[in-house]
Write a protein that binds this ligand. Structure first.
Ligand code: ADP
Length: 745
């Protein structure tokens, strides 16, 4: 976040003169926001997300001896133990159960409805839930086709079926959601296809699904690992430095270790008073596992045994916003409803997770204080100071709305905070979608029967002291557990219901299901029409009556709020890499491929007429070999040969730089995209015209954007405007032939 690193990097990497100035906002630009004590009665959730249908007689309580298997995010299904956290070389033992009596005294009186019954018993389903028109969804063509299958098998009036056999730790929240919707669950799976498959870990939890919808995208887990996310955001930072300054400056280890060391040394030499702190995060880690803070590059631990550690080292945000002197972060649930067209929803209610030791800016003395610096619930729950509370506005885990209320009461402009958070979410999604599209076409090639996908993601966001949101990470499998563990006697743990988790998570799952309901009415064009992101339009406490479906009877209004395509107007110009990915996919050739071979790369160059007397085909081959070899070195574990998307993007940037030397990078890239797309269009014109004439078959969401009522880009610079205005149209044109055939059928 500091411009010092950027300047140093420019000195170090003289070869890359990108012409960007990469201004970054200062960390402590504004004064600390004062906080007040919580409102006496904390019931800030006006959406009325009460949990219906739970039996008052049961508390959820069961004893386990092996705590390490439980209480984890599904992401951590590899079973890592997190009670001991290595920080700065020392092992900090979590103080399990120190303040146990207080916690127990409180929780033992807890009586929550029906959890036990729902955990073990059979759910009744109500056949009265009617899908009068179980026909098309407003999703992409595949979704429509997929449901044709299900539709044939389902009578006109039927209940939506959900395969919950692979739900893992989401099971209880899912069962409650299905019950509230009066849908039918299949706890052991089902021979006949289900409408919805709920997977606990990845797309591949259930193989051979040919229809319906799966709650995971192929490749999402890989894409959101810390290194891949950092790479994807970095590509966007190269193109749009100001728009992507919400992600802390990061270096990838081991490959950028030298660069990191050199840059930090130079920063310190340039100003001896500077003493930045860095946080090191293992690539595949979660729940704070293996995280440590350092102040000097020599403290990096680069190997595990003889193996180089894959990790990200990141600038540590030293001045977070504090409440009650404690650092906290926000867990926001985001539904990626569809990749093409891009549809994103944000849950209006989220969680905040508090540290359990008062915050101090990092010093050599406190670097290893996990409970002061890391907000992970899984760590802090083992601190003697952790406060379990049924109230949404007290305790170590609170609802997001209760925190926003509290900030609002102190005069903070929470409308601005919320709109900044929405922007962060949309921009992050735009950064990861290109690679997801490559995974998607590889796992479910166009023309092959397969399900469509959606996914709930967990965004971890830190608010800085100046209220600027910072993205820490995105979880592909956010924990959907609705109970928390408690140690009753040493080594014996109980799970008790957590009302705060239940309020938030059951709402998110239930409303995701409602949005994915195959019988759900398509949103009207006006709902999909791009709008403007204005501060204050979006506050997580508002109800959304217009999104309520008539079929949904007495259910509360949706807690998920559509933000894309709603805010296409502001963000569509950022989708340049997605257009590069569309080119990449087009030239992949063989179905299921994720890498471009040398011949395919040559075909791309030839087809788009990018070689000439100065840039010969021999130079093209050298470029291919150079870039592919370097990327292969950064991914030693990858068995696939060839050029992946990230390498192709680098090659594309290089080609753009050669061709349009005088322009800034983003305009170089936009201009080259236009050129390539125009070449492809001219070569396939006749065929394309036929395809375009079939645009009646296009999903309505795409149409509404293509034929947009107003031109959202009128204010953008000319080259950008030209490029972005073609965005959706060209996506359609660049679809591989087989996919187009699907549209036409
Ligand atoms: P994990 O997946 O292991 O939870 P995170 O990236 O979420 O890893 O980091 C764990 C915790 O460390 C976060 O919840 C946050 O409290 C703290 N943290 C992470 N990155 C930063 C950062 N750049 N600056 C300040 N705190 C951070």
């Amino acid at each position: 976040m500091s411009d010092r690193y950027v300047k140093v990097e420019i000195q170090v990497e003289e070869m890359k003169s990108l012409g960007e100035d990469a201004e970054k906002e200062g960390v402590d630009a504004e004064q600390q926001v004062p906080v007040c004590s919580p409102p006496a009665c904390a019931s800030p959730d006006p959406s009325g997300l009460t949990v219906a249908g739970r039996d008052a007689s049961n508390t959820c309580r069961y004893r386990v001896k092996n705590r390490s298997k439980l209480g984890k995010d599904a992401k951590n299904s590899c079973g890592k133990h997190t009670s001991d956290v290595s920080l700065h070389g020392s092992v900090v033992s979590a103080h399990v159960g120190k303040n146990l009596n207080r916690v127990l005294g409180h929780e033992r009186t807890l009586h929550v409805k029906g959890t036990g019954k729902i955990l073990q018993g059979k759910l009744e389903t109500n056949g009265n839930y009617a899908n009068i028109q179980p026909a098309k969804n407003n999703q992409e063509t595949r979704r429509e086709d997929g449901f044709k299958l299900a539709k044939k098998r389902r009578p006109c009036v039927s209940t939506v079926t959900v395969d919950i056999s692979k739900a893992k730790t989401s099971l209880e929240a899912l069962k409650l959601s299905v019950k509230q919707l009066k849908w039918k669950e299949f706890p052991l799976g089902r021979r006949a296809p289900c409408d919805i498959y709920w997977h606990g870990v990845s797309f591949h939890d259930n193989e051979n699904i040919v229809s319906g919808q799966v709650n995971k995208f192929p490749g999402m887990m890989e894409m959101l690992r810390k290194i891949n996310l950092s790479r994807a955001v970095r590509t966007m930072q190269e193109l749009f430095p100001e728009e992507y300054d919400f992600y802390p400056r990061s270096w990838i280890l081991p490959e950028e270790c030298q660069q990191f060391t050199t840059q930090i040394r130079m920063v310190k030499e340039s100003d001896a008073t500077l003493n930045p702190t860095f946080i090191v995060k293992p690539d595949g880690g979660s729940q704070g596992d293996g995280i440590y803070l350092i102040r000097d590059p020599s403290d990096l631990k680069l190997t595990v045994g003889t193996q180089a550690k894959q990790a990200v080292v990141q600038e540590y945000i030293q001045k977070p916003l504090l409440i009650d002197k404690l650092k906290f972060d926000i867990r926001l649930y985001v539904l990626l409803k569809s990749l093409e067209p891009l549809e994103i929803y944000i849950a209006k209610e989220g969680l905040t997770r508090f540290c359990t030791e008062p915050y101090q800016e990092p010093s050599q003395k406190n670097l290893s204080h996990v409970f002061m610096h890391l907000t992970n619930y899984s760590l802090n729950v083992h601190s003697g100071n952790f406060v379990h509370s049924d109230s949404q506005s007290t305790g170590s885990k609170r609802t997001l709305s209760s925190v926003l209320y509290r900030l609002a009461a102190k005069g903070v402009d929470i409308k601005k905070v919320w709109s900044d958070i929405i922007a962060l979410v949309i921009k992050t999604a735009i950064a990861v979608v290109p690679e997801l599209r490559v995974y998607y076409q590889s796992d479910i090639p166009p023309g092959k029967p397969g399900p469509t996908c959606f996914q709930i993601l967990g965004f971890d966001i830190l608010l800085m002291k100046n209220l600027k949101p910072v993205l820490l990470e995105v979880n592909s499998n956010p924990s959907m557990r609705i109970e928390h563990e408690q140690e009753v006697t040493p080594g014996v743990f109980e799970y008790v219901p957590s009302l705060v988790d239940e309020e938030v998570k059951v709402g998110v799952i239930r409303d995701t299901l409602r949005l994915m309901d195959p019988g759900r009415k398509k949103p009207s064009i006006s709902q999909l029409r791009p709008g403007g992101l204005e501060h204050g339009e979006e506050i997580p406490m508002e109800a959304e009556p217009q999104e309520r479906s008539l079929d949904e009877g007495a259910l509360p209004s949706l807690c998920l709020k559509q933000v894309y395509p709603k805010y296409t107007k502001q963000f569509n110009y950022l989708r340049l890499v997605e257009r590069i990915a569309a080119l990449f996919i087009r030239f992949l050739g063989v179905k299921g491929n994720m890498r471009l071979g040398p011949t395919a790369f040559r075909t791309f160059i030839r087809t788009c007429k990018l070689s000439n007397s100065i840039f010969s085909m021999a130079s093209v081959d050298i470029l291919y070999i150079d870039i592919t070899r370097r990327w292969a070195g950064t991914m030693p574990e990858s068995r696939e040969a060839g050029m992946g998307l990230q390498a192709f993007v680098e090659a594309f940037f290089h080609l753009a730089g050669r061709r349009f030397k005088s322009l800034p990078l983003r305009e170089q890239v936009a201009s080259l995209l236009e050129l390539c797309e125009a070449q492809l269009e001219s070569q396939t014109g006749g065929e394309e015209r036929r395809s375009v004439s079939c645009s009646r078959a296009m999903p309505r969401a795409v149409k509404s954007q293509t034929l947009g009522h107003t031109n959202p880009l009128l204010d953008s610079p000319a080259p950008l405007r030209r490029a972005s205005s073609q965005d959706y149209r060209l996506h359609q044109r660049l679809k591989p032939r087989t996919l187009r055939a699907n549209v036409e059928n």
